[in-house]
Ligand binder design. Structure first.
Ligand code: PLP
Length: 427
């Protein structure tokens, strides 16, 4: 008898579910690429918008901080047990001050923070109104909450008129709270929420004392606003936004998140949020890294990184515009332009450039494979992540990428588009 177990019933069942997924072209698998300096690949899919993961001065500062710190590995337990350290508390205090928030609570990830908040804070009788493109973690949180499904209502993406329509029909008991959930920058089309307009609508229908506005700044943390303090801060909307989620896995080049909120909300989460209570606290190595990251983000070097990202974004659009002008839009196009998100803003460009560019094409896998052969990692995004007809490759830009490399990327996209058109003409 072989000592290798045969295929279990479970494996057989799961295998057929995976095959079904594969047939739909939705199979996911892990792909690892060598993106080290010596490799020929340039990563245009990374969320490391400021290039901090490879920044030499940050690396040196991090190592120096580690050398000077006694405990640098795991945190050894939940924050409520042995994992609660002065280092965690000091970082939280620093971040709350940096973002001009009353308080902050660290989480191991933005996912944990959203699930914690939305599964715990909204109470029966409350309502949660959310942008239809809100991140999956908010959906998972809401699903775990005690708010009835009928009182969790989406509104059409970034659309103040759609929010108005939802609020017009919402009945709210005097003691209840209405939660409004959105992101500052959406990661599929790279479009900003028209935050002031949405908040004006909310104000028109819901008294302030019954509001709880939650803005997920995952893609803007460190990248936008003075010292990278994000969109809400830059727009001076801190008094209308109750909760902000700032994550560390993207522009901050690390991992984890801080939820900025009132001291009461912080205490409530410490008492009731299961991902916070029953999970080992953020490792001290990450806490140390984040101290070094925030030294950088709040410095001139941080300003230079943000300015450099703006250069890279402008450069991409300069090269892309003539290519798109000569290519049929059925083959390649950008999402339709959106209204200026922050008209009249003073602390921020009224329509800031975004580091995420969705290039819509009906055959994103083919384009992505072509680009990979030429040394560019650009990932395809297909349903169910985006609706059918909105397939695209997603180009993520990063400070430090040379003008020449951006030109080469666009050149390769152009070659592919030409091949497609020639092929079509031949048939
Ligand atoms: C808008 C948004 N919120 C939350 C998250 C989750 O953050 P994290 O990666 O830290 O878990 C992401 C990550 O993709 C995100 O894009």
């Amino acid at each position: 008898m072989s000592d290798m177990p045969g295929e279990s019933k479970l494996d057989a069942r799961l295998g057929s579910l995976l095959s079904a997924r594969q047939k739909k072209g939705r199979f996911r698998s892990l792909k690892e690429y060598d993106t080290s300096a010596s490799s020929r690949l340039t990563d245009f899919s990374s969320n490391d918008y400021l290039g901090l993961t490879t920044d030499a001065s940050l690396r040196a500062a991090y190592i120096a901080r580690l050398e000077a710190t006694e405990t640098v590995l795991g945190s050894t337990g939940s924050r409520l047990l042995s994992g609660g350290t002065c280092a965690h508390r000091a970082l939280e205090t620093r971040l709350a001050e940096h973002f001009a928030a009353p308080a902050g609570l660290l989480f191991n990830s933005g996912w944990d923070a959203n699930v914690s908040f939305f599964s715990t804070v909204p109470q029966p009788g409350d309502a949660v109104i959310y942008d239809e493109l809100i991140h999956a973690s908010v959906h998972d949180g809401m699903r775990g909450s005690r708010v009835l499904a009928s009182r969790r209502v989406p509104f059409a993406h970034n659309d103040p008129a759609a929010l108005t329509a939802v609020l017009q029909t919402l009945d709210v008991a005097p003691g209840a709270t209405v939660f409004l959930a959105m992101e500052s920058l959406y990661s599929m089309d790279g479009d900003f929420a028209p935050l002031p307009a949405l908040l004006d609508v909310f104000d028109a229908f819901v008294p302030r004392e019954q509001q709880c506005v939650v803005v997920d700044e995952a893609h803007t943390t460190g990248v936008y606003g003075s010292r990278g303090r994000g969109i809400v801060h830059a727009l001076d909307e801190g008094n209308r936004v109750t909760v902000r989620l700032m994550t560390f896995g993207k522009g901050a080049g690390a991992s984890g998140a801080v939820l900025l909120c009132s001291p009461i909300l912080r205490s409530f989460l410490i008492n009731f949020a299961r991902p916070f209570i029953f999970s080992t606290a953020m490792p001290l190595s990450t806490v140390v890294a984040l101290e070094a990251v925030w030294d950088l983000l709040a410095s001139r070097h941080g300003d230079a990184k943000r300015a450099d990202l703006t250069r890279v974004i402008a450069n991409l659009h300069t090269h892309l515009a003539p290519l798109l002008a000569r290519t049929p839009s059925s083959l390649l196009r950008l999402p339709d332009p959106t209204p200026v998100p922050f008209p009249g803003a003073t602390g921020l460009d009224p329509s800031p450039p975004a580091p995420i560019v969705g290039l819509l094409t009906p055959t994103p896998h083919a384009l992505s494979a072509y680009l990979l052969e030429r040394g560019f990692i650009v990932r395809p995004v297909v349903p169910p992540t985006v609706p059918p007809g909105r397939e695209r490759v997603r180009i993520c830009l990063r400070a430090g990428v040379s003008d020449a490399r951006v030109a080469e990327l666009v050149g390769a996209i152009g070659e592919w588009a030409e091949l497609q058109q020639n092929e079509k003409a031949r048939l």
